[in-house]
Design a protein. Structure first.
Length: 289
């Protein structure tokens, strides 16, 4: 139990009042999640908001660690396998790009040290993703995903300390929400491979509670704008289906893994829009040499 608590403290905190929505809202996720990449955020944002971009990159490294493990499981289980292959390739490219950005620009010695560990751990995880589907590969990838998320989360906190903007906390919170959604989806799919241990069930419920708790904080933040509120409303709609599938599994009932696969991607896309808005407002002070 202590291991679970320590892991969740490192991964971040997270309550969400869900509301009913039409099933037509459950649209397939786009295979290309990249709207928040350094290039797409735009040159003007880069010039004005270096700290926001660095925090964005670190937060994405944290969530993509969970996402690539989820997509590996999805492919092996045959759940929307073809889109998942494309999404996995894109997620790997995104992480490579974010690492290159941070390795090129970070100057803070403490953050640089953590970034070196993130880089090394990402190399291990990326190599593991090329392994053939097997129980051993599944275990290794899941363990590496947790380690990478924790270290990248530490990096995000170190970067956030150097960003002189209250909205930086909301940017990190939004990116952590994306990570928690990906983590919950990964744990759910991991259970489908045969892991029905008590530890797995505790991890799933704790992650679910953290997501719902922090989502309430995020939606009530006065810094929200009309675009961020609209994106967050879409997250609420998708969460209905996601949460239903997870809850059904917890009760030992028949659940819908396709809903978990598609809604976790849609939640990611919507939260990415929110994060991009917050990144534009997170201006960094002069860098410490």
């Amino acid at each position: 139990m202590g291991r679970v608590v320590l892991t969740m403290l490192a991964l971040g905190t997270a309550t969400l009042g869900v509301h009913s929505a039409a099933a037509a809202q459950l649209a397939p996720a786009s295979a290309a999640y990249g709207a928040g990449s350094p290039a797409a955020v735009s040159a003007s944002l880069r010039a004005e908001s270096e700290g926001g971009i660095d925090l964005f990159c670190a937060g994405r490294l944290r969530l993509q660690a969970q996402r690539v493990a989820k997509l590996y499981l999805q492919i092996g289980l045959g759940i929307n396998a073809e889109p998942a292959r494309r999404q996995l390739a894109q997620a790997i490219r995104q992480s490579d790009t974010d690492l290159a950005e941070l390795l090129r620009r970070l100057r803070d010695p403490v953050a640089q040290k953590t970034l070196t560990r993130v880089d090394s751990q990402w190399s291990e995880l990326k190599a593991a993703l090329a392994l053939p589907w097997s129980p051993a590969a599944i275990q290794r990838i899941n363990a590496l995903a947790e380690t990478q998320s924790i270290t990248a989360g530490r990096l995000a906190l170190e970067i956030e300390e150097g960003v002189d903007a209250p909205v930086a906390r909301l940017l990190d919170l939004t990116l952590r929400q994306s990570m928690l959604a990906q983590r919950l989806a990964r744990i759910y799919l991991f259970a489908l491979t045969g892991d029905n241990s008590r530890g797995r069930r505790v991890d799933a419920e704790q992650t679910r509670k953290e997501f719902t708790a922090a989502f309430e904080e995020l939606t009530s933040a006065h810094e929200n704008t009309e675009p961020t509120r609209e994106a967050l409303d879409l997250v609420k709609v998708q969460w209905v289906f996601f949460d239903q599938a997870v809850s059904d599994m917890a009760r030992g009932e028949r659940s819908n893994p396709v809903h978990v696969a598609t809604t976790s991607e849609r939640i990611l896309e919507s939260l990415n829009e929110v994060a991009t808005q917050f990144a534009a407002s997170a201006r960094a002070p002069a860098r410490r040499e």
